[in-house]
Design a protein around this ligand. Sequence first.
Ligand code: SIN
Length: 603
Amino acid sequence: MKKLFTVFIMFALTAGFCVYAQQFSPQEVKDHSIGEKAKYLAGSHVEKGNSDCITCHDGKVKVDDSETSINTACMNCHGDLPSVAESVAPKGEINPHKSHLGTINCTACHTGHTPSFVYCNNCHSFAELNIPFAGKKPQYKTFDVKDYAKAKPLFSEKYDLVIIGSGGAGYAAAITAKEAGAKVVVLEKMPIPGGNSQLSAGGTNAAWTKFQKLANITDSPENMFYDTMKGGSFKSDPKLVNILAFKSNDTIEWLSSYGINLSQVNAGGGASQPRFHAPAGGIAVGSYLINNMKRIAEEKNIEVRLNSKAVHLLINKNREVTGVLVEGKHSGLYLIQAKSVVLAAGGFSANAALVESLRPAFKGMTTSNQPGALGEGMALAADAGATLIDMNEIQIHPSVAVGSQILITEAVRGVGAILVNHEGNRFVDELTTRDKASAAILAQKGKTAYLIIDDDTVERLAQIKGYFHLGLVKSGNTIAELAKAINVPADNLAKTIERYNGFVAKNKDDDFGRKIMRQNFGHGSYHAIEVAPGVHYTMGGAYINTDAQVLDKDLKPIKNLYGAGEVTGGVHGTNRLGGNSTSEMITFGRIAGESAVKNAGVK
Ligand code: SIN
């Protein structure tokens, strides 16, 4: 009897492996380190007997590229992200399960068969975040689209629209197209959606909006048009800027119609009026927009495929784009035939080699961008015959926290901060355009500067509390204490602040002509953040027309190909104004969606 029982237990214990034998070959089991040793997360789960292959794989060797089944399995056992966030880290500490990225896949960090990596540390350096089976930071490499020209897809699918990129432009196009009845799929090569839009900090430029009116700000699309043209050295395409400015109010209204309200209006660099629209309280605009757009996409059943890289655009003999070759993390190479393709794949600020080749002076500079911003969308467009314009117009943002990739939003200056150098002196109009502010910082000793704020400034912008949280701020109860903390001459800093307060009182900056000052200093403690320029935005890209059609070498539309957002060029000239990126991505994302739907003949 005892023997029989033992045999039964043995059977029960090995039943899972019998199932594997039916569905997973021994080599597959070995390749995946399952049942061998606890090398990675999967092996450890099996070894501990917590789960087996079937628990995560739903009985199949292959998982979908978005890893939905695995993530569902993780949540079935461990709870969803918010509940893990509550149990893992007490409030107030850095909590990777509760971040500006919103709800993301568990597998964005915890991988079963390879070393795991805390996704946040692609941009941050949170040494305290331990992850089981940790490995090195992944290297995000770009590829050559030409290598895929003759590749053979394993299978093929059909859609009305394929949208490449899940940043704000991609989501705006997808929502617009889906609402018009199109069959849409969004491809995202990274393990999380949102692209750089997710990181955008400050605001969304729009002119003559209900929120400006409520704040008694008088503005006009004409002003926004002129400021944008001027900010870009009049090198932008005026027809595109016209759309940006004159449709900007509609963009704010469109967002409002989904309950996305950018009701706080701040001042941005190079803008004659405050028109940097942010969520109430001054939280970061990008995560607010993307997390809401993710919600809308889910409500509308829009398919967003993660880990799915567009590697080649298919073009027929008439030079018409007919589809996209995709490399899925798990599904391999496959083809999506589509009536319209929308490129919304972002810029290339994280491609240090490309940045350096176009702007050698930016060699070795940090970037505020997510690691996927490598410029492949532009390569796809060029390979399809597109004209790329302004590729060497690369923006360095003046205020990236020194030693980090953390952008200190321009809105900090917009709500009152001043910039001082290591002598404690102001040296520039803090709200000039980014190119000028960056150049001025690079001309200072040490090529860095300090943003100076007080408690009042902190109260005006919730994001600043985040900088404290990230340990980027030095403080003092008095000017002298702060000066000591940042090692600048206290008497100079005191004189600078006193002089600036005088300018605020008479609303005239005699030294640098700053137009919007907003506050004097002297409210509570003083704080400083050391900043330096970092590669932030690439103004160039695939040239589009006002219908968001991508243009060929003769400036004729490439049939079936559309573009929106940072992958395109023409809107920003030599320098983009703060707040014009999120504005452009929604405005042109919607136009691209509308045009692509019309082209696809969706009724
Ligand atoms: C910022 O907030 O300074 C960045 C936002 C933008 O690039 O427009």
